[in-house]
Design a protein around this ligand. Structure first.
Ligand code: ADP
Ligand code: MG
Length: 665
């Protein structure tokens, strides 16, 4: 049996099972090997029956002392098995499976894993996982796979065992042994054996490490290979005035930030070097990315070339068009808007084809039209992360031989972005334009507040700090209190340094807490509105207001004013417990006032980090086991290793076996 063997050739996999396997993407032996468990049950952690508690999920080992077939309510028959471990009795219930009676013979010992129920003064487990206990043969750590209907854990384990036993070749090793030793990673055989059937927790850890590293390594190898091989050149030579940025700035109603100028310089440098631009511009909402796009379109437009500015939504395209049409026109650059709603489409397309139009602002409608551009030189994509996978593919196609800039506000750290978008150059806009204090305000219902919590957890991991405000110090069932929230979150987020502040604490104590926050000894402060009253508060990035409907507008205003004072984007979350029309209207007003930009364009920002994890499912990142947030250290290790290899062997001539891991697109 080898890696390419179709699994329907394995004994026990008939047509029906084969179809089930296909559904979860398994057709060959190789797919099966790389289909990883989603969790494990450790049978070594066995609980004594006398110590059981209702509701917990545990493993119990016991002797069968009695068994009985029963007629239940309605017509369901069930089997009740009494087992003992010498400290007490546990009853195992199997609904609709009385045939199991044969298996649970009196005197035999079994292992059970399941949830403990307490019913009629008896401890019970219902339909638990079980396995006969054999001193030597047993697997101590059992894999549990994500499965589909028609497949069971038992079948999956059986087939994987069989495959691992009969496999004549293992997947190719990614690195020679000396490198693996240096990096402290094991080998593919050990990893595959232990990810499916770990002999111990330590071996499982090693296997995971290896497989995550391997995945990141192959991912990075592909990115850097592309970057190396696709270093394309533009055949035109551009003559660009030294003072072009100053000239551009003169036309604007405001001064550019240093940061904006830096990014513009980077673009000009690419052009002067004759490089085909492949650049991702990353900057939070409100950091002023649009102007970079306009600048670039302006440069190309003035030279008589065409450019496309692509937006994910109709509204955004319109907004850009309205804001910048006249600006560009005054320099002789003709702009057209092209979206799904555009009426005289064929006329516009005609004008694009004969070169009358220089800049086209629009939506993916542009991608869908067959347009023979006269001299298209640049494609700029706004909010690139909002385009779907198919559209991204179309984009790739359209932008093949032209300069390409994409802009994104996905809140990910720079190092991570560099790693994920390794085949692009990268610019960051970190500074918010002066006098543009930006606080983004969101409203969430209480049911959805976990989203807010996971977002602030992310912000804290980025070394940001913030508040959670509750209406009361001590609460009741209708009112959230700071003390309760403090307790709740300390338990929920043991890794976050959480503090408590309220008006009944002594002044000195209050100041001490705030000082701790300044020193980052506290990252998250649960507080009442005491922070409203002008005490010296450190710069915080976010504020969550629980039960926002209980606060007056002026109060909310004060609270929000605590955020985003250091020239970074700040976040304000209003959590609403009791929604009604009045509340909605009042809070929506509050949100729109002062935000200064279109709220509907912003909500994705919240989903940012989650979405990036989610992209695994969307197929943008080809990752099965690695997690770009949790496994960042392995990601960086893999990246360094790939960079090391390309440094000594840029075309993979010596290490040519690595080319096998490169996917051709
Ligand atoms: P982004 O697309 O990065 O979210 P925008 O380009 O929409 O941000 O800019 C946000 C706001 O800031 C806009 O109103 C824009 O006109 C303004 N702006 C951009 N750059 C500057 C600047 N240098 N000085 C003042 N305001 C600026
Ligand atoms: Mg924008």
């Amino acid at each position: 049996m080898n890696l390419k063997t179709p699994i329907n050739q394995i004994k026990g996999i008939g047509r029906q099972k084969y179809n089930c396997f296909k559904k979860i993407g398994i057709e060959k032996v190789e797919d099966l090997l790389f289909y990883f468990p989603r969790k494990y049950i450790n049978l070594k952690q066995i609980k004594k029956i006398s110590n059981l508690k209702e509701g917990e999920k545990v493993t119990v080992k016991g002797n069968v002392i009695a068994r009985e077939e029963k007629k239940g309510y309605g017509k369901i028959n069930y089997l009740k098995v009494a087992v003992s471990d010498g400290t007490g009795i546990l009853y195992i219930i199997f609904f609709n499976q009385v045939y199991l009676k044969k298996i649970f013979q009196i005197g035999k010992t079994f292992i059970f894993y399941g949830k403990i129920e307490f019913f009629n003064k008896e401890f019970e487990m219902i339909n638990p996982f079980y396995e006969e206990y054999e001193e030597k043969k047993i697997d101590w750590i059992l894999p549990v796979y994500p499965l589909t209907k028609g497949l069971s854990q038992k079948i999956m384990r059986k087939i994987l065992k069989f495959v691992l036993k009969n496999l004549t070749e293992y997947p190719e090793e990614i690195l020679p042994i000396n490198r693996r030793l240096a990096l402290n990673i094991s080998n593919i055989k050990h990893a595959l054996l232990n990810i499916h059937f770990p002999v111990s927790e330590i071996n499982l850890e090693k296997a995971r490490n290896y497989l995550i590293f391997r995945e990141f390594f192959i991912f990075q190898l592909n990115l850097l290979w592309k970057k190396n091989m696709e270093r394309k050149i533009d055949d035109k030579i551009y003559i660009i005035d030294e003072k072009v940025i100053e000239e551009f700035e003169k036309l604007l109603p405001f001064k550019l930030t240093e940061n904006q100028k830096e990014v513009m310089e980077e673009i000009i440098k690419d052009l002067k070097n004759g490089k085909l631009i492949r650049r991702l511009i990353h900057g939070e909402v409100g950091s002023g990315k649009t102007i970079i796009a306009i600048f670039t379109l302006w440069i190309f437009g003035k030279m008589g070339y065409q450019g496309v500015f692509l937006c994910p939504t109709e509204i955004l395209a319109q907004q850009h068009y309205i804001n910048w049409n006249e600006f560009l026109l005054s320099d002789g650059i003709n702009v057209s808007l092209l979206t799904g709603k555009t009426e005289e489409k064929s006329k516009i397309i005609n004008e694009i084809e004969n070169g009358k139009i220089n800049v086209i602002i629009g939506t993916h409608a542009i991608l869908n039209e067959k347009i023979n551009f006269k001299n298209l030189k640049i494609v700029i994509v706004d909010e690139q992360h909002k385009f779907g996978v198919n559209q991204q593919e179309l984009l790739k196609e359209k932008s093949k031989n032209v300069h390409y800039i994409s802009m994104s506000a996905t809140p990910i750290p720079r190092t991570l972005a560099l790693t994920i978008f390794g085949n692009m150059d990268f610019s960051t806009l970190g500074e918010i334009p002066k006098g543009q204090r930006q606080v983004i305000t969101y409203m969430f219902s209480n049911e959805n507040k976990d989203k807010v919590y996971s977002f602030i957890k992310f912000l804290i991991s980025q070394n940001k700090i913030g508040f959670i405000i509750t209406p009361a110090i001590k609460g009741n069932e209708n009112v959230e209190s700071a003390e309760e929230k403090y307790k709740e979150l300390k338990e929920k987020f043991p890794d976050i340094k959480i503090g408590l502040l309220h008006g009944r604490m002594e002044k000195e104590k209050q100041e001490e807490v705030l000082k701790k926050m300044k020193d980052r000894e506290i990252n998250l402060l649960i507080s009442t509105t005491v922070i409203e009253t002008g005490i010296d508060i450190p710069d915080v990035s976010f504020i969550v207001i629980e039960q926002a409907e209980r606060f007056g507008l002026a109060q909310l205003h004060q609270l929000r004013g605590r955020v985003g004072r250091s020239g970074e984007v700040g976040y304000c979350f209003l959590i609403v417990y009791n929604e009604d029309e009045e509340v909605n209207e009042r809070l929506n007003n509050f949100i729109e006032k002062e935000s200064g930009f279109d709220i509907s364009e912003l909500d994705y920002n919240l989903r940012g980090p989650g979405d990036l994890l989610g992209t695994r499912q969307h197929g943008i990142l080809p990752l099965k086991i690695g997690d770009i947030h949790k496994d960042i250290e392995l990601l960086e290790l893999a990246k360094k290793e790939v960079e090391r290899i390309f440094k000594i062997d840029p075309e993979l001539k010596k290490m040519d076996y690595l080319r096998k891991f490169i996917k051709n697109e």
